[in-house]
Design a protein around this ligand. Structure first.
Ligand SMILES: Cc1cc2nc3c(=O)[nH]c(=O)nc-3n(C[C@H](O)[C@H](O)[C@H](O)COP(=O)(O)OP(=O)(O)OC[C@H]3O[C@@H](n4cnc5c(N)ncnc54)[C@H](O)[C@@H]3O)c2cc1C
Length: 309
């Protein structure tokens, strides 16, 4: 890998959800002036993994030919749709594919190193790409910055190459909004999460009241969902939503690796737990060892009083 800064492409998949900000922060860590490639169905036709990968691949390949001496890094937000077509893109480009990265740095020789979770997030792996082109998807919440990153100066709309026929290998017959019950965890600035420690369906209101007082969304750990105390769209974690709010309040959450995977990118984490040894405290910025049924209503009362409610 050369010591030269890589040529960095950020891919924005128009209409495919959050993540662009994180790819931008990640691109800036690579110290370069990234280019933005925009994938838009208005130009490319209805989404199809083959068509999107080929059109994007043609654009990236032409940029790489232009700068033969530099490596190329393509960064995409790790969304469901991206996870579908990014491996094809990597294959087309003969690139190293590194999914769901949570960190990036340069080694002493200027080579690139990427971090990603493996084995259900039990281990963190450091990956050194051996190919000159790298396709990496960026884990939601993994890269945060207090400052809003400057948008890329070069923006390129991805078009179908002249010699390519848009022949989708499958057809989407219809789309309808998933029932999220009005819950928007991915975009929330504040989240209060109910863990199993709340004690039962009839006790979840203790977390909901604090969430309302903080103007926050209500999250849930998996047992809370599995027990039917809250619907699945509230679940935070490796098999739920990946979130990165400014404030995350965990009530009666032990801090399993699967839960931490979903919220460790939160800027400020507050945990309330009766067990001083609970793993959540190793991540929390503020920890309260105590009964959530005392602490949460006290906080709610204080906030409501301050707000004159
Ligand atoms: C493949 C797989 C995927 C998974 N995906 C997810 C996922 O997406 N999200 C997720 O959350 N989990 C997930 N899990 C489950 C995960 O392993 C844990 O079981 C789960 O996160 C534990 O939830 P919890 O912290 O609410 O409950 P517990 O681990 O039971 O912790 C409850 C905590 O509440 C505390 N407590 C009890 N009473 C009180 C009180 N009155 N006041 C204050 N504290 C109290 C206890 O001390 C304890 O620390 C997954 C597991 C697997 C195997």
């Amino acid at each position: 890998m050369s010591r030269q800064e890589p040529l960095v492409w950020i891919v924005e998949n128009v209409g495919s959800g959050p993540g662009s900000r994180e790819t931008l922060v990640c691109a800036q860590l690579l110290g370069s002036d990234p280019r933005l490639a925009r994938l838009d169905e208005d130009r490319l036709g209805p989404y199809s993994p083959g068509v999107f990968a080929k059109a994007l691949g043609a654009l990236i390949a032409s940029g790489s030919r232009e700068r033969k001496s530099r490596s190329t890094v393509v960064l995409l937000p790790h969304t469901y749709q991206v996870a579908e077509f990014a491996p094809r893109l990597a294959l087309l480009l003969g690139a190293a594919y590194i999914p769901s990265i949570s960190g990036v740095h340069r080694d002493g020789e200027g080579g690139l190193r990427f971090r990603r979770s493996i084995l259900q997030a039990r281990l963190e792996a450091e990956v050194r790409p051996r190919a000159r082109t790298i396709v990496a998807t960026v884990q939601s919440g993994a890269f945060s910055s207090d400052e809003t990153p400057a948008p890329p100066r070069q923006v390129v709309e991805v078009c179908l190459p002249a010699d390519m026929e848009p022949r989708p290998e499958r057809e989407i017959l219809g789309r309808e909004a998933a029932s999220a019950g009005g819950v928007d965890l991915a975009g929330a600035e504040r989240i209060v999460t109910a863990g199993r420690g709340v004690g039962g369906a009839d006790q979840v209101s203790v977390a909901a009241d604090l969430a309302a007082a903080l103007d926050a969304e209500l999250g849930a750990s998996r047992p809370v969902v599995d027990n039917g105390w809250l619907p699945r769209e509230h679940q935070v974690g490796s098999s739920g939503h990946l979130v990165a709010p400014k404030l995350y309040v965990a009530l009666g959450v032990s801090g399993s690796i699967q839960h931490l995977m979903g919220m460790s990118g939160s800027r400020v984490i507050v945990a309330v737990n009766t067990d001083p040894e609970a793993p959540i405290f190793s991540l929390a910025h503020y920890g309260i060892v105590g009964d959530l049924h005392d602490v949460a209503p006290a906080l709610t009362g204080l906030l409501n009083e301050r707000a004159g409610r």
